[in-house]
Design a protein around this ligand. Structure first.
Ligand SMILES: *Cc1c(COP(=O)(O)O)cnc(C)c1O
Length: 355
């Protein structure tokens, strides 16, 4: 039996999109491939509210995280972490020999704009990273307020991990001044895993050209330059199956559901889940910073989450245990991509009888 996924990726994929993954292949160096790439990129610009170019990478989201931190840091990066995925940026910096500092908030707390100000004002850094939506703790960082502070430091590049929020929550890349905004297909976009996308600013491209060792496969400048030379193509062989599916899913998001409706549906699902969590347990994220695409819930009743998931699994549902050290201490209900309010309510009703 297929289990309905309420986990923060991979998400369930609409059947039309699964079918689009099976579109017969085309040559990746053909005019059709260029047209397909262009179509996907133009639609992604709308979704990110940006005029900046889009880069596609046949990796999961982590690929573009590592590619961006390595290709764009010339001096030193400060990583603001609020959990497991924030810490991943720091691990990437370390593994690539990039000078870095990590500023980690207590788990459940956000990155505060004052903290960003404090570190950027030292003048030590040319790049900083923010996790928009921390999928371990269920914290959503205040990127609008961070954007305000950041205006004081326009030369410091701003990289945003929006892997688990983009397209479920409005992120206006140009208005906020984000230099690189990253997501991957298996979260709120509603596709199978295997493709990562990001926006990249002129400033980031210019900076990248001054970085000596950008690696090869995930060199963002190489990916960009190749797209100029062979329009919208990729230096190696891309997952064309994802391109076909993403092109179709973006049509659905932009023209059938509508972006604003998609954002509103995510807000509604978040509110329902938070109310349920407050009634039966407690939320893990600090008040005012709760994620819109998933809810991390404190296991205040000491329920065995592994057993709970087994029981609801027999009824065709799946939620997530806590991440890493938060296993059994918390559990997570994702409400993203094309999940409906009705499906979420069915899950919550079932959970009520099983907890
Ligand atoms: C899932 C996730 C990632 C990792 O993305 P992959 O596509 O699995 O590489 C990074 N950051 C956040 C916040 C995520 O939720």
């Amino acid at each position: 039996m297929h289990k309905k996924l309420f986990i923060p990726g991979p998400v369930d994929v609409r059947s039309e999109i699964l079918e689009a993954m099976g579109t017969p292949m085309i040559g990746h160096r053909t005019k059709e491939a260029s047209a397909l790439g262009e179509s996907v990129c133009r639609k992604l610009q709308k979704v990110f509210f940006t005029e900046n170019p889009i880069l596609l990478s046949t990796t999961s989201g982590s690929g573009l995280m590592e590619g961006s931190i390595r290709s764009l840091t010339a001096k030193r990066v400060v990583v603001f972490s609020v959990g497991a995925f924030g810490n991943r940026w720091a691990k990437m910096a370390k593994a690539n020999n990039i000078p870095f500092d990590k500023v980690e908030a207590e788990w459940g707390q956000p990155t505060l704009p004052e903290t960003v100000d404090e570190y950027l004002s030292t003048g030590k850094y040319d790049v900083f990273t923010i996790t928009h939506n921390e999928t371990s703790t269920g914290v959503m960082n205040p990127i609008e307020k961070i954007a305000e502070i950041r205006k004081k430091y326009p030369d410091v590049l701003w990289l945003v991990d929006a892997v688990s929020s983009a397209v479920g929550v409005k992120i206006e890349v140009d208005k906020l001044g984000i230099d690189v905004c990253i997501t991957s297909t298996q979260k709120a976009l509603g596709l199978p895993p295997g493709l990562a996308v990001c926006t990249i600013s002129e400033k980031a491209l210019a900076r990248g050209r001054t970085v000596e060792n950008r690696g090869l496969y995930l060199d963002l400048i190489e990916i960009y330059d190749y797209m100029q030379k062979k329009p919208y193509q990729y230096p190696s062989t891309p997952s064309l199956a994802h391109y076909f599916a993403l092109d179709q899913q973006l049509d659905y998001i932009l023209n059938v559901e509508g972006l604003e409706n998609r954002f509103a549906r995510h807000q509604e699902m978040a509110q329902i889940t938070r109310a349920w969590a407050n009634k039966h347990f407690e939320q893990f994220a600090a008040k005012g910073y709760e994620s819109v695409t998933l809810t991390t819930i404190k296991n205040t009743r000491g329920v065995s989450i592994a057993d709970l998931n087994k029981r609801i699994g027999e009824k065709g549902y799946m939620i997530s245990n806590g991440y890493g050290d938060l296993k059994e201490k918390t559990f997570r209900i994702a409400h993203m991509a094309d999940r409906t309010v009705a499906e979420l309510q069915d899950l919550l009703t079932l959970l009520e009888t099983e907890i």
